[in-house]
Design a protein around this ligand. Structure first.
Ligand SMILES: [Zn+2]
Length: 863
């Protein structure tokens, strides 16, 4: 579509020409309940100034049709001015009024105004999702973050619905005819288009409120709302959501010194949501999988709290003060990610938040930072497609890790004082990197330019390795140094503020820290003078306490100690860091996958942190499916399944650990005996003491049975009859696509690649079922077909679906040089393809090349 992919240059030029004074948006959503009705009416009136009268600009709108366009009282012919993505506006006046009356489409891909019909009760639910640029699918606007304006929203919808916007409702809904009503909302403070929002449908709503007295005697009252589909209401624990919400609001008011600026605070849990959540001011949307239908571990509650707090931090950082363009996306995402963990640890019951951050969040960053697509935290974002792919591990997790390192560098007080000044100085405005650095330089007195060059403006992750020399006479440390490394592609060495811990086993057998030093590491080799003379350690842990962002390496002695005593390491943060370091060694082909899995089977049963344990389970899958040498894979799978069953039986009845092991066991079960146990757990013939096989767990047990051909269509149909819900439907689709037959694979491929009828959620479910690691031969024919199909898929589908298909169907299980060659040939033959598509293919190729290197390392261990 011409003009759909707005560029930075175009946005810059438009921001120089116009100033937006306000929008009035009227949506008529009465047609939503008629599922064969594809569109709704959207009328926008926008008032805007023009710095150079007589010139032209354009307004963004992606819509099937436009009825009328009126500019300053002139009727423009839609056929002439509208090209499907933009409306051209010529001969502007100094002040302008534009009205666009359009028919906009209901979305099935989660982009724009998504429509979902609940299979359980037939109710229809709507919500919007816009970032980075999909509000133009719902109303005509200037779709770029630095053209902020106040919004006045009016919605007409079925009278029985709940309708919400960013602002509070103004007065009662007014009846329209017999069965509809019109809701009006107060005019908002100025905000960017991508964070405007509408939620409408027969949602279940719970209410509460947050109040706070300030020292000057003023009082803030924030009405709170929490919403989900009616059919999920029985599972909705709004109390816990409100508890975390209030704890977060307290924390941010304590530290930001800027009252919550958006009036009310609603949090809607919505169906078929593409991402975790979105920080729309006053109306945050979340994926409804955060409403737990079955038993989950504390790690899931922790994740949900983290997301609630991440989005809340955005109310200030992102919504109140907004990056000028998507280059500085990190300004809001890194900050929100850091603040999510920071506030969680200090204000909620989830005091282990930094462990999760070190182990889980940083793993995302390390992976992203070693892909060919890595980029500096401050990115170069040419257009909207680039922007879409930059919601990645660098922008979020590395950026947040770098902020954590910054707090260690400038101190917590200077960091928070810098934030306070930043909010006051730029409230309701847009900023760039320099604006943040200048307040931090003021409050810390440090040279932020050098820090920024090292950490924000260069890509790549350093490795830190300890090197100890011992005084033979006493066995004490003569000299302890930290060696810093970097990859050839990204050779920057950086200043790191690190803690170094020395550990040895005490009388109890526990591996404990007995000496620690904090130091600035810079350059290739840094001597840690504070630790000279310390007694000989069994384990040296650099980056103890996880202050910096690096790959931790070990010396030989330390690695030997871990092989035998990892489980004796008493401190949970130290263990999390060690697990992460071992995983990086495995990924880098420096530790054989079978050795990593061996340590995991030996020590994971002693891991007390449930989030770390679940991370280990997912790493075990990657190690087994991708990094194990092919001729050892089935033996490895047998050992892992045996180990998982052993831990499942040993876990405390009814505990989260038991649940995590049960899920893991099901995901690796392969032998006839394993599968009989799963069947038994489903039909009640077998029992694991304390394990409640609820509906979600039933699906988790059924999928491997289907993938192995032990269960089939009839069993899946019976399960859907037990669980005839939206969630059950997704599980059903996934299970059916997992069946081990060529016809099933062909049908799944057809449904996802060759037709456009499935919703985003069902595309995802189909892909998840299709791509089974145990079905390598069945999937082999789809490697060439993948490379034939993706250019057309990218051109013809929405970017969200395009990303799901190109990522999800990459032939990751065809790990041989031929697949690398095919990827290379595709890249060579598609030099002109959009950068975003090339990036996804290059990432898939890189993962595969890494897998082949790791397999080689593993094969040598078996030789
Ligand atoms: Zn965010």
């Amino acid at each position: 579509m011409p003009g759909e992919n707005l560029t930075r240059d175009e946005a810059h030029e438009r921001a120089g020409l116009i100033r937006v004074d306000g929008y009035e948006v009227e949506l008529d959503l009465r047609s939503a309940v008629r599922l064969d009705e594809p569109a709704f009416r959207s009328v926008t009136t926008v008032r805007f100034g023009c710095a150079r009268p007589g010139e032209s600009t354009f307004v963004d709108l992606i819509a099937p049709s436009v009825e009328t366009v009126t500019l300053n009282g002139r009727e423009l012919d839609p056929a002439e001015v509208f090209d499907g993505a933009r409306i051209t506006l010529d001969d502007l006046a100094a002040t302008n009024e534009l009205t666009v009356d359009a028919r906009c489409a209901y979305s099935r891909t989660g982009e724009g105004l998504h429509r979902f019909a609940d299979p359980e009760d037939g109710e229809v639910y709507l919500y919007t999702q816009y970032e980075p640029a999909d509000s133009r699918r719902v109303f005509a606007n200037f779709e770029q973050p630095d053209l902020k304006a106040p919004f006045t929203l009016t919605v007409t919808a079925p009278a029985t619905w709940t309708v919400l916007g960013n602002g509070e409702q103004e007065g009662a809904a007014e009846p329209v005819g017999t069965d509809a009503a019109t809701w009006r909302f107060v005019t908002t403070e100025p905000m960017s288009t991508y964070i405007t929002a509408v939620v409408a449908g027969p949602y279940h709503v719970e209410r509460d409120e947050y109040t706070r007295e300030f020292t000057d005697g003023t009082r803030l009252r924030v009405p709170l709302g929490a919403l989900c589909r009616r059919s999920l209401a029985k599972h909705f624990d709004a109390d816990d959501i409100f508890t975390v919400t209030k704890q977060g609001l307290d924390f941010f008011h304590d530290h930001f010194d800027y009252p919550y600026p958006w009036g009310k605070y609603d949090q809607a849990f919505v169906p078929e949501y593409n991402i975790g959540a979105m920080e729309n001011p006053g109306l945050v949307t979340f994926r409804e999988e955060f409403v737990f239908r079955g038993k989950v571990t504390q790690s899931s509650y922790e994740s949900r709290a983290n997301v609630i707090l991440h989005e809340m931090a955005h109310m200030w950082f992102g919504d109140l003060v907004t990056p000028k363009w998507w280059d500085d996306l990190w300004l809001k995402e890194s900050f929100a990610d850091f603040m999510g963990a920071f506030s969680q640890v200090e204000a909620t019951r989830f005091t282990g938040g930094w462990i999760t951050f070190a182990n889980r969040r940083k793993a995302w960053a390390y992976r992203a930072d070693q892909l060919p697509s890595t980029h500096p935290v401050t990115a170069d974002i040419h257009d909207l497609q680039d922007a879409k792919l930059n919601f990645d591990g660098i922008t979020y997790a590395k950026g947040a890790s770098v902020l954590k390192q910054l707090v260690a560098y400038v101190g917590r007080d200077a960091f928070l004082e810098g934030s306070r000044r930043y909010f006051k100085r730029h409230a309701f405005g847009n900023t760039r990197l320099e604006d943040l650095l200048s307040v931090l330089a003021e409050t810390s007195g440090r040279d932020m330019a050098a820090w920024s060059r090292a950490w924000l403006q260069t890509a790549g992750v350093n490795s830190l390795t300890p090197e100890a020399l011992y005084d033979d006479a006493h066995g004490r440390i003569a000299e302890l140094a930290v060696l810093q490394g970097a990859s050839e592609d990204h050779p920057t060495l950086r200043p790191h503020r690190v803690a170094i811990g020395l550990y040895r086993r005490g009388a109890s057998g526990a591996l404990e820290r007995y000496a620690r030093a904090e130091a600035d590491v810079a350059g290739e080799r840094t001597v840690i003078t504070e630790l000279a003379g310390a007694e000989r350690p069994e384990l040296i842990l650099v980056n103890d306490e996880d202050l910096t962002y690096c790959k931790v390496r070990f010396d030989e002695t330390s690695l030997d100690t871990l092989r035998d005593h990892l489980g004796d390491l008493a401190d949970p943060m130290a263990r999390a860091l060690v697990w992460s370091a071992l995983w990086n060694l495995t990924r880098d082909g420096l530790l054989p996958a079978r050795e990593y899995l061996g340590m995991l089977l030996r020590f994971a049963g002693r891991e007390s942190d449930i989030g770390v344990l679940q991370m280990l389970h997912s790493w075990a899958h990657v190690a087994l499916d991708h990094y194990a040498a092919p001729d050892w894979r089935s033996e490895g799978a047998r050992l892992v399944a045996e180990g998982a069953l052993r831990e499942l039986r040993a876990a405390e009845p009814g505990s989260g650990h038991q649940l995590a092991w049960a899920r893991f066991f099901a995901s690796v079960a392969g032998s006839a005996e394993d599968l009989r146990l799963l069947s038994g757990l489903l039909d009640g013939g077998s029992v694991v003491d304390g394990l409640d096989v609820d509906q979600e767990l039933r699906w988790a047990f059924l999928e491997p049975l289907v993938a192995e051909g032990v269960a089939g269509e009839a069993e899946v149909a019976a399960e859907l009859a037990r669980d005839d819900t939206a969630s059950g439907k997704r599980h059903q689709v996934r299970c059916l696509a997992a069946r081990p037959s060529a016809e099933v694979k062909a049908a799944a491929w057809h449904d996802v690649v060759e037709t456009d009828t499935l919703s985003n959620a069902l595309v995802e479910a189909t892909i998840a079922g299709f791509a089974q690691p145990g079905q390598r031969e069945l999937l082999a024919p789809y490697a060439p077909r993948y490379f034939e199909a993706i250019a057309d898929v990218w051109a013809s589908r929405s970017i969200e679906i395009g990303m799901a298909v190109v990522r999800g169907l990459f032939p990751e299980f065809q790990a041989h040089p031929g697949t690398l060659d095919a990827a290379d040939a595709w890249l060579a033959g598609h030099a002109d393809a959009l950068a975003a598509l090339r990036r996804l293919v290059a990432e898939g190729r890189d993962d595969l090349a890494r897998a082949l290197r790791a397999q080689e390392c593993d094969a040598q261990a078996g030789a």
